[in-house]
Design a protein around this ligand. Sequence first.
Ligand code: CTP
Ligand code: MG
Length: 232
Amino acid sequence: EKVTAIILAAGQGKRMKSNIQKQYISLGNKPIIVYALSTFSKCKEIDEIVVVVSPGDINYFKKEIIDKYNIEKVVTIVEGGKERYHSVYNALKYIDGNNNGYVLIHDGARPFVRKEEIKKCITSVKEYKACVLGVPSKDTIKKVEKEGFIEGTVDRKNLWLIQTPQGFSFELIKEAYVKFFEDSNTNITDDAMIVENYSDKKVKIVEGSYNNIKITTPEDLIFGEAILKHYI
Ligand code: CTP
Ligand code: MG
């Protein structure tokens, strides 16, 4: 069965407050997006890659990223939408009909995912049909009510910080997405939530690495440089 990676690079990066989209910012002399793309492309268990970029960016992406950095296995570049889930759905629509296998959905803003983690996800998705990479929370997390008072504490041993890739059988994620779009509830922040809310499948956690950070705010560029220097 085919394994397709969907790499998301259609966000605006508002929290980064930079004049260029954060996926194109340079980290250690390469644009951030190049890291995840190369890792997926070099992972032999990945058969093909679908990249999602902002409307109007397809030619730029092809020339300045795919060709320039010799990224293999990219079968298409599709345009993204307003929210992350629109971007994912556009990629799923492209894959439709030519995939009865699995998809791994990955944030292009997570440059440090390693081949071993991708492989662990593939093994897990083949067994459980739905899985996400995550790490145990190192912090105590509290629920705070509107007025700024603590409402309660969730037992830390049950709390995991969720990353990507998130892996699904294609059929399962496509059906869950179709149901999600039929519904009016749009308050979702990852793909697993769509499977949790719009299917009966339980999503399995795959333990990942604390290095697999998402570059979100300006200080993450500093953490990113440190991770590059010490671990990559
Ligand atoms: N993404 C996307 N399409 C969108 C929104 C996000 O493809 N409409 C992608 C981003 O490019 C990123 C990943 O989803 O790789 C995770 O999203 P996030 O970190 O929130 O990135 P942005 O949405 O770009 O940043 P912000 O929320 O700060 O604007
Ligand atoms: Mg966002």
